[in-house]
Design a binder for this molecule. Structure first.
Ligand SMILES: Nc1ncnc2c1ncn2[C@@H]1O[C@H](COP(=O)(O)OP(=O)(O)O)[C@@H](O)[C@H]1O
Ligand SMILES: [Mg+2]
Length: 644
């Protein structure tokens, strides 16, 4: 089968799937539907909330290490609708959903504007797009035929019958007919509302159905018709002035009725412009163009803006009435670098980007971004703070450093509202790629690109200074230490086995030392004293000297014993400080050979063989390719192993 005929089959299938007959009926048919499903006429907030919930939720509880380490053991609700697209902003998402939930229950929130406040590139627009997408995937809504604002068919039911209606269906009717439908009812159906045609329509952003968008407006061209529609001048000749048929109800509040109205960069607009927004929330009515009565509005109002605009707006006390109508949710930058990496991966996967990314490339860029976003702490240095925010254990002199992430968070306010944006990093990634002769990006080239970009684009001298320091010093060293371990691992054949065997030996001897017993040789069964020299050779790697060894050995023994008693498996990675010691020892054990072999210009046959094997291991086991392996080895040779 040819490509075209295969595609034509797809078209056919698609058309058939669209063929599910659209509802066409009158009030009686509609009421019969309501008998079976009372959720059909839900109001906008509830529809949106329910729709997002249909994707399900998961709870990050004690069983997840991120919950434990990042959220300080407090439960976090994860909304599946967002979780594949948004990373590291679980808390703001929870707040957004809490708002929708209360609004869905008709709490005060249903009469408030939801404002997303955050720095540029924190994903506000993307979030709003995604939320609008939820409506597009929802079931079609039932509407009065040809109603410009897609209104709820129950508006046909006269006020005097609504109590009775509630008794019968336990559905509360809000709102009255719009002027256009009212006119049609009177003139076309002679007031007989049981004859008014009812149909269905889907939500669509592009089709402006149930989704209205208000872009920021230049004060000179600002025109409320953008919000509430206008009178169609060409029709003014045809109909009398107060005839609703002259109305073009195509403003954002008209098309967004029953769904969402989005205000992009909301406070760039003049205040007068925002009054309609307030009326819409407070009274659930918007003005009509011309001389008509107010028009009922039911929709979620989502606005977003950055902090500078917000502060300016907030500082004017004439704006208090509006402020009172706003629920603000901060959407800060992501502060977990491993989650930040996922953002870059998402953005990269959406582009035509097709090149080799050496290991740790995005990690380095993400570390830089997060470092630039953190506020200084009095308790720890920036790199340590970054790692704690990422849920990592911090080791210090053989102990796991006890720094509570909560304390660090409480030290500062509004963290994540400044710093390097995702876009800044994406631009650096593009630049690094454009400069690459070999169609690849490495931690080295991304760092160069970031440095260049910081120099070119960051004008604030302080910010520029600390950004450069992070790139040229902090992350330079961090990368070298990551790279050193990786190259070591590639040098040490059977790294895992060696580490495991050091671990087992250490544990045997440390335990015997703690309990004043002897170690049994596994082969000869001979009993011997714990090997003090061996124990110390491990401990000295992480600076444990003198009497500190007693505590260290006792801690490890009881830690491992407790783990075993709980039926958990232990291995050389189980206890942070010991893992660190073992790794350092292995690194040291090949330090000389690493230095000689990577640095030397002319290698003898044996050395060349070892070098090749190491490079090959990097490629086979650590996702390098030939070019990137060569580049990082060269970098290591020039920057590592200087001291010897
Ligand atoms: N926490 C995040 N998770 C996933 N994607 C994000 C996140 N933050 C930013 N992005 C992505 O970065 C890009 C820029 O975000 P955007 O929505 O334009 O930001 P804003 O409107 O806040 O300036 C978008 O493609 C968005 O998907
Ligand atoms: Mg935006």
């Amino acid at each position: 089968m040819g490509v075209t005929s295969r595609f034509l089959q797809n078209i056919k299938k698609h058309q058939e799937s669209k063929k599910t007959p659209k509802f066409n009926g009158v009030l009686e048919d509609y009421l019969k539907l309501l008998e079976k499903n009372k959720l059909i006429p839900v109001l906008a907030h509830k529809r949106l909330y329910n729709q997002i919930l249909t994707y399900g939720t998961t709870t990050l509880d004690e069983a997840h290490s991120r919950c434990h380490k990042i959220f300080d053991g407090e439960e976090v609700k994860i909304y599946n609708y967002f979780s594949k697209h948004f990373f590291g902003i679980e808390r703001p998402l929870e707040k957004i959903m809490r708002f929708l939930h209360s609004a869905a229950m008709k709490g005060e929130e249903s009469r408030q504007v939801l404002l997303l406040l955050g720095p540029v590139g924190a994903g506000k627009s993307a979030l709003v797009e995604h939320i609008k997408g939820a409506l597009e995937s929802s079931e079609p809504m039932y509407v009065l035929e040809n109603c410009p604002i897609n209104e709820e068919p129950l508006h046909l039911i006269p006020r005097s019958l609504r109590d009775k209606f509630y008794e019968t269906y336990t559905i509360k009717i809000e709102g009255d007919l719009c002027p256009v439908c009212r006119h049609r009812l009177l003139h076309e159906f002679d007031g007989d509302y049981t004859q008014f045609p009812i149909t269905q329509t889907s939500f669509s952003s592009r089709g402006r159905k149930g989704v209205g968008v208000v872009p920021p407006m230049d004060p000179n061209t600002q025109d409320t018709s953008l919000l509430i529609g206008s009178e169609d001048i060409s029709k003014l000749d045809l109909y009398p002035e107060d005839d609703p048929r002259v109305l073009s109800l195509n403003g954002a509040f008209n098309v967004g009725n029953r769904g969402i109205v989005e205000f992009v960069e909301v406070f760039k607009n003049e205040i007068e412009f925002l009054h309609t927004m307030i009326t819409a929330t407070q009274e659930k009515n918007v003005p009509s163009p011309g001389k008509q009565a107010m028009i009922y509005f039911d929709g979620v109002i989502l606005a977003h803006c950055n902090e500078a605009e917000w502060n300016k707006f907030k500082s004017e006390h004439t704006n208090e009435a509006i402020l009172d109508r706003i629920v603000r949710v901060n959407v800060p930058y992501c502060l977990e670098y491993e989650q930040e990496v996922k953002i870059y991966e998402k953005l990269i996967s959406r582009s035509d980007f097709n090149c080799h990314l050496a290991p740790h490339t995005l990690e380095m860029a993400a570390m830089f971004a997060v470092l630039s976003r953190l506020k200084a702490s009095n308790k720890v240095d920036p790199l340590t703070k970054m790692k704690i925010y990422n849920g990592e254990e911090i080791l210090e002199k053989g102990n796991i450093k006890k720094v509570d992430i909560k304390d660090l968070r409480e030290e500062v306010e509004d963290e994540g509202m400044t710093g390097i944006s995702t876009r800044f990093v994406m631009k650096a990634i593009d630049a690094a790629l454009a400069d690459s002769a070999k169609n690849m990006i490495t931690p080295i080239s991304i760092r160069d690109a970031l440095i260049k970009q910081v120099k070119e684009q960051i004008v604030n001298p302080d910010e520029r200074q600390y950004c450069l320091e992070f790139l040229q010093k902090t992350l330079h060293e961090e990368y070298l230490s990551i790279l050193e371990k990786e190259i070591t691992k590639a040098f040490v054949s059977a790294y895992e086995e060696q580490a495991e065997s050091l671990f087992n030996n250490y544990l045997d001897h440390a335990e015997a030392y703690v309990n004043s017993t002897k170690v049994k040789d596994k082969v000869t069964n001979e009993e011997m004293e714990p090997d003090e020299r061996f124990l110390q050779s491990i401990e000295e790697q992480i600076g444990i000297k003198g009497s500190a060894k007693n505590n260290f050995r006792a801690d490890i023994s009881s830690y491992m014993f407790a783990k075993l008693r709980r039926g958990e498996l232990i291995d050389w990675r189980s206890y942070g400080p010991l893992r660190e010691a073992i790794e350092t020892k292995l690194v040291a054990s090949v330090k000389d050979i690493s230095r000689i072999i990577t640095k030397s210009k002319s290698r003898d046959v044996k050395q060349q063989k070892k070098f090749n094997a190491m490079a090959q291991t990097l490629i086979d086991n650590y996702d390098y390719n030939e070019d990137s392996a060569e580049e990082v080895i060269k970098f290591a040779a020039n920057n590592l192993w200087r001291d010897s």
